[in-house]
Design a protein around this ligand. Structure first.
Ligand code: GLY
Length: 398
């Protein structure tokens, strides 16, 4: 029997899967549910349950699971751990320093940012922050205020040197030392057009990247992803799941901005729109340690562009509960949505919908995405109008 179950789910997944209201951060509850419904495979989507060890609980219960162990998920959960792994693996990444004492902040800021020859300060929350713990600014006071705020709330701060150059997200399905890269994508982290405003979890994405030579993708896989996967195996923290490399293509070559331990949002929506190989089989093969037996991936020709429709005030505290119309259109994927008792679909999170357009090239895929977007109504919502524009106009080069 083929069946799909989702926890906790949203109004979109409710249309295609059984929904279960379990605490997805509890390994015990997730394993109990998986046993009850006889799940062949559990795919853990978000980083929080992975960092908390839900995959370990499933494996201990004998259930095949796509998602790294608690130990391996530290590649996202602790930026200091990720830096240590990268140093050991000889991978290029930003120079960095962890500050956990406010008395050391000013001296540390002096070692980073514009006076140190950088273009900006990069101040990050050392733990998980859904993309919103990062401030990149040339304004020392703004950098200091963000870092001081994090320290005050008990969060160590990571200061990094600024990596110049276009960003790339390269996702790989990983099973120990076996690495199967997907198509490269680019996401848009700032809330406003022309990269203005604060950072978000991602306001749009496109794939593939016409400006990125195939040789650079090979270089990323061979010189970055494989050595990091091998280093995790060497440390006894073998990674099984999706290893997300966020990179900057600098004048000296690709360098890592961050690793994540799960599919990235909204790049995934663009990448999977082009994948022809059935995804479930791939994830299952990785989960049972059989990934190296899989045939090469098949991809559709053309491009995919994803535009995120966000709730009023996102990435601040978003306004929730607004009625959405038009979300059943083809190419519309749900994120922060819920079905109200009267049947209406309402917003229930900051990033509400992803609209995925496809076409023979980026210009056509953009047109498709924005055409669909215009048919959706959500009061107070906003989106970026420049997703994939620079790439479609040939304005990105490395
Ligand atoms: N696209 C950013 C993220 O998923 O973290």
């Amino acid at each position: 029997m083929e069946a799909l179950a989702v926890a906790p789910g949203n109004a979109g997944t409710a249309a295609i899967a059984d929904q279960y209201d379990v605490d997805i951060t509890s390994g015990e509850e997730v394993a109990k549910l998986a046993k009850r419904i006889n799940a062949d495979l559990v795919v853990i989507g978000p980083e929080v349950p992975l960092v908390l060890g839900v995959a370990d609980a499933l494996r201990a219960a004998g259930i095949a699971c796509f998602g790294p162990s608690k130990d391996a998920a530290r590649i996202e959960g602790s930026k200091a751990f990720a830096k240590d792994v990268m140093t050991a693996a000889g991978v290029r990444t930003a120079r960095s320093e962890v500050v956990d004492n406010p008395a050391h902040l000013d001296a540390a800021l002096d070692r980073f940012g514009p006076p140190a020859g950088e273009q900006a300060w990069v101040v990050k929350d050392d733990g998980l922050a859904a993309g919103k713990g990062v401030v990149v600014t040339a304004d020392r006071e703004a950098a200091r205020a963000h870092a001081a705020g994090l320290l005050e709330s008990g969060h160590p701060v990571l200061l990094e040197s600024f990596l110049d150059g276009p960003e790339v997200s390269l996702f790989s399905i990983v099973d120990g030392e076996t690495v199967l890269p997907l198509l490269p994508a680019q996401d848009f982290k700032r809330v406003g057009d022309n990269d203005s405003g604060p950072n978000t979890g991602g306001m749009g994405a496109y794939a593939p990247l016409p400006w990125l030579p195939e040789s650079v993708v090979t270089q990323i896989v061979e010189e970055i992803v494989k050595p990091v996967a091998a280093e995790l195996v060497k440390r006894g923290s073998s990674f099984t799941g999706l290893l997300y490399a966020g990179l900057a293509i600098t004048s000296k070559g690709p360098a890592v901005v961050e690793f994540n331990c799960r599919f990235g949002d909204p790049e995934t929506q663009s990448v999977l729109a082009l994948l022809d190989t059935p995804l479930g089989q791939l994830l299952y093969a990785a989960a049972i340690g059989d990934l190296d037996g899989e045939p090469p991936l098949r991809w559709r020709d053309g491009s995919a562009v994803t535009v995120v429709l966000a709730a009023e005030n996102y990435p601040g505290r978003p306004r929730l509960g607004d009625v959405i119309t038009g979300s059943e259109a083809e190419g519309v994927l749900h994120a922060g949505t819920a079905r109200r008792d009267d049947g209406a679909i309402v917003s229930s999170g900051g990033r509400v919908l992803s609209i995925v357009g496809t076409g023979p090239d980026l210009a056509a895929a953009r047109e498709d995405a924005y055409r669909i977007l215009k048919t959706i109504k959500l009061p107070g919502s906003h989106y970026r109008s420049d997703i994939a524009l620079a790439a479609a106009e040939g304005r990105i080069s490395v």
